[in-house]
Design a protein around this ligand. Structure first.
Ligand SMILES: *[C@@H]1O[C@H](CO)[C@@H](O)[C@H](O)[C@H]1NC(C)=O
Ligand SMILES: *[C@@H]1O[C@H](CO)[C@@H](O)[C@H](O)[C@H]1NC(C)=O
Length: 263
């Protein structure tokens, strides 16, 4: 019995090590933490988390990949105007659904770091987020941003911090979270793409006056899904695709808390 137990423990330990070395050991939520819906005090602090997100503007937005935020050392992905439509990122997350994962914000390189001379992850004060004149942030987006909505990152993708994760979407949210908690935030949930996935989404041109974003997705479906979930209706009562419904559900504001100690 005793030997059997030791053997099991050893197998488990080896399995754990293998998971670590294969680089896939990102649990959805690390031990000791739990994700909950925002409580009253969170919504008092961030009333914008009660508002419906602007899905239309969000799906029409894009992530530029100019230096030093280029995504590849050569080829199309480093061309001057290269970019990634958030629309395409979301489409991929619908096609290959996944839950957000809790990761360390100390490993997430995000704009406006290394932009117009601003500092990067090494700056523990987060001064790169301090933008009172809204030179590198958009005032309207800042005000509407709910910092509890998961951002989107790419793991293993080139970034100017040489960090494990590169943020693709959510700089207003993460900056707000950092600044309005006095940099006390250590972890947060993010949707994680891999490098291959993110590189496959790079296109040469997302300028405002180009033909516009791809139109596979309808922002109205995201609004419908949001209302449906908030009103707690049964799945059968909506015509919205269940994949959109699950994505919107996974994107709702979430708070990371210490789990109660196990007895
Ligand atoms: C990236 O994700 C895709 C699924 O979208 C998977 O098929 C592929 O193996 C992954 N690549 C790596 C390097 O993990
Ligand atoms: C990008 O969009 C602009 C404006 O529509 C257009 O003039 C230009 O040719 C486009 N470039 C590419 C590479 O598609």
């Amino acid at each position: 019995m005793h030997l059997w137990f030791r053997c099991q423990a050893r197998i488990l330990a080896i399995a754990g090590l293998c998971l670590l070395c294969s680089g896939q050991a990102l649990p959805a939520v690390p031990a000791g933490w739990m994700l909950t819906r925002p409580q009253k005090q969170d919504l008092t602090k961030w009333p914008e988390c009660n508002r419906q997100p602007n899905f239309e503007r969000w799906l029409r937005s894009f992530h530029t990949v100019q230096k030093p935020w280029h995504l590849a050392l050569d080829g199309v992905a480093s061309e001057e105007d290269s970019c990634i439509w958030i629309h395409d990122v979301v489409e991929m997350l619908l096609r290959k659904p996944r839950d957000p994962k809790v990761i360390s914000v100390l490993e997430v390189c995000h704009k406006p770091m290394h932009h117009q001379g601003s500092s990067g992850l090494e700056d523990a004060t987060g001064s790169y987020c301090d933008d009172p004149d809204f030179d590198v942030m958009d005032e309207g987006r800042w005000e509407r941003a709910c910092p509890l909505v998961p951002g989107i990152v790419a793991e293993g993708a080139l970034n100017p911090c040489a960090s494990r994760f590169r943020m693709i979407d959510g700089r207003h949210r993460i900056c707000k979270l950092k600044m309005e908690t006095n940099m006390a935030i250590s972890h947060a949930p993010f949707f994680v793409l891999n490098e291959t996935e993110v590189l496959s989404l790079v296109v040469p041109n997302c300028s405002e006056d180009s033909a516009g974003p791809p139109t596979k997705l309808r922002w109205e479906d995201f609004e419908d899904a949001w209302h449906h979930i908030l009103n707690d209706r049964q799945a059968g009562e909506t015509r919205v695709d269940s994949v959109v419904l699950e994505f919107v559900r996974a994107s709702l504001p979430t708070v990371l808390r210490r789990a109660p100690e196990e007895l």
